[in-house]
Design a protein around this ligand. Structure first.
Ligand SMILES: Cc1ncc(COP(=O)(O)O)c(C=O)c1O
Length: 487
């Protein structure tokens, strides 16, 4: 490699080619054997920082040295979400076609804020999201926009719902207005915290996010929703938004979307369906029913970066009311005006959210969908569901473990419950069990709290997870439990 780096200008293209090949080789090896690393980083707080210089390099450094530090200093601080035994939270995958898409995105480095600033980015986004809509069995007429995360997609939904009320909030705001009732939103006690966060961000007030209790299967109780809406109306509040979830975060329960849709329609609420995780299962023909009722929704979020093998970040926000979203967010200063935009001949992505700049994210989703095909994607999701059901069956058949929630997808909620341990000691035992299996570096599980019970979660969503990984997790849990119980 040449050490005579120019004073100005980019890296030498030959060096780029050489290191580019080296990095692709490294990625291919990494993705072939992610099991060579402990899945959960063993790094202690501050350990990575302490190995890095506190001041920037004044002089150029060689890529060899930079890559050596990546390997020696940074990698030990990485938790390997690509490890096939990553079962925590929701398993995800940066799949190979998705990574190739990311490389091309980075190389083009377009800003897709306006159609004109890269027509292909806007138009491919429309095409890829319409393909995805069809794959999910959702009706035509839903317009899709790529957001970074489901949290932002849901916040956009709340903002659009508020705009649809025609209360002139965009111009006058909410504060200090005696003419406005309190706006009320409805979620369940299982809804992802991002919906509440969106309401906080939009100045609606955390108190106005009404948490409807869920039933024994962790689904929103629709009669309680109806009662809450009615009593809020009687109290002079203005109900305007309800979120139904397909695949809640803790247990992956599915809210009764059709029944919630009927209540939404009756009271003129904006129905938002959060299918960030579970919605994707509708790609599997026999699972299509999970999105029943979503065709009634005003907006829907699904996350290809969760369970569609697309590298983070890529969340899809669908709505039947793109004009309302645009009304809520479009603000076009002179320097961003274009002839096509003025003529409303194109979609300018900057009009559909807070941010101006946007990456060419559609490219990676398009490459993932084309590489695997709809049937290939369905086969992979179906296999994850099969593995999840199998693990659930093992738990059900074991006398020293129990399942704590139904398993509609590929995520299993369970705990150890040996006869010899009293109920009052089970939370501590299960926390110890989780910590112990995670410390092995062989698997990574996370937890939740279900009705006061410390609950282990095993979530399958990585493209490389095979039956042997799930079987090993089960064996390790049993072995570790036995070890913990030894005096
Ligand atoms: C149901 C649900 N909605 C929303 C989110 C938030 O997702 P994101 O990280 O894309 O904001 C999650 C995260 O796990 C989730 O499970």
């Amino acid at each position: 490699m040449s050490h005579k780096l120019p004073q100005t200008g980019d890296m030498n293209p030959n060096d780029f080619r050489q290191y580019g090949h080296q990095i692709v080789d490294w990625i291919a090896d990494y993705l072939t054997h992610p099991e060579q690393y402990p899945v959960l980083s063993r790094s202690q707080p501050g350990e990575i920082k302490s190995q890095l210089p506190a001041t920037p390099p004044a002089q150029p450094e060689t890529m060899d040295r930079i890559l050596a530090d990546f390997e020696n200093i940074l990698l030990p601080g990485v938790t390997h979400w690509n490890h096939p035994s990553f079962f925590a939270y929701f398993g995800i995958t940066g799949s190979m076609p998705g990574i190739l898409g990311e490389m091309l995105m980075a190389a083009l480095n377009v800003n897709a804020m306006l159609w004109k600033t890269s027509p292909a980015a806007t138009e491919l986004e429309d095409v890829a999201l319409d393909w995805l809509r069809q794959m999910l069995g959702l009706p035509a007429g839903l317009d899709g926009v790529i957001m970074d995360t489901a949290s932002i997609s849901s916040m956009i939904a709340i903002a659009a719902a508020r705009e649809a009320l025609d209360l002139d909030v965009r111009r006058q705001g909410l504060a200090g207005r005696a003419d406005l009732p309190r706006l009320r939103l409805y979620v369940s006690d299982q809804t992802h915290s991002s919906v509440e966060k969106g309401a906080i961000t939009l100045g609606l007030g955390q108190e106005n996010v009404v948490k409807i209790p869920s039933n024994a299967e962790f689904q929103m109780q629709v009669d309680a929703l109806e009662t809450a809406v009615q009593s809020d109306i009687a109290a002079g509040y203005r109900p305007f938004f309800v979120c139904a979830t397909v695949g809640t975060t803790s247990t992956t329960s599915i809210d009764p979307v059709s029944e919630i849709a009927a209540i939404a329609q009756k009271h003129n609420l904006w129905l938002h369906v959060d299918g960030a995780y579970g919605g994707m299962a509708a790609i599997v023909p026999e699972m299509r029913g999970v999105l029943d009722g979503a065709e009634e929704a005003d907006s829907i979020v699904v996350n290809p970066h969760k369970w569609l093998f697309t590298p983070i970040d890529l969340s899809v926000f669908y709505t039947r009311h793109p004009g309302v979203v645009k009304r809520a967010f479009s603000l076009v200063p002179d320097y961003l005006r274009t002839a096509e935009g003025d003529a409303a001949a194109v979609k300018n992505l900057m009009d559909y959210g807070v941010q101006l700049g946007r990456r060419f994210r559609a490219l990676k989703l398009w490459m993932v969908i084309r590489t695997y095909g709809q049937d290939g994607l369905a086969a992979r999701l179906r296999e994850h569901i099969r593995l999840g059901q199998q693990f659930a069956n093992w738990v059900d058949a074991a006398s020293n473990f129990e399942r704590l929630a139904p398993t509609p997808f590929s995520t299993v909620c369970f705990r150890a419950c040996p006869d010899s341990v009293p109920e009052t000691a089970l939370n501590e035992l299960n926390e110890q069990l989780m910590t112990a299996v995670n410390e092995t570096g062989e698997i990574y599980l996370s937890h939740t709290n279900l009705s006061g019970k410390f609950t282990l979660r095993l979530a399958i969503g990585n493209i490389r997870t095979a039956e042997r990984h799930v079987a090993h997790a089960w064996a390790l849990l049993q072995e570790t439990l036995t070890g913990l119980q030894q005096p």
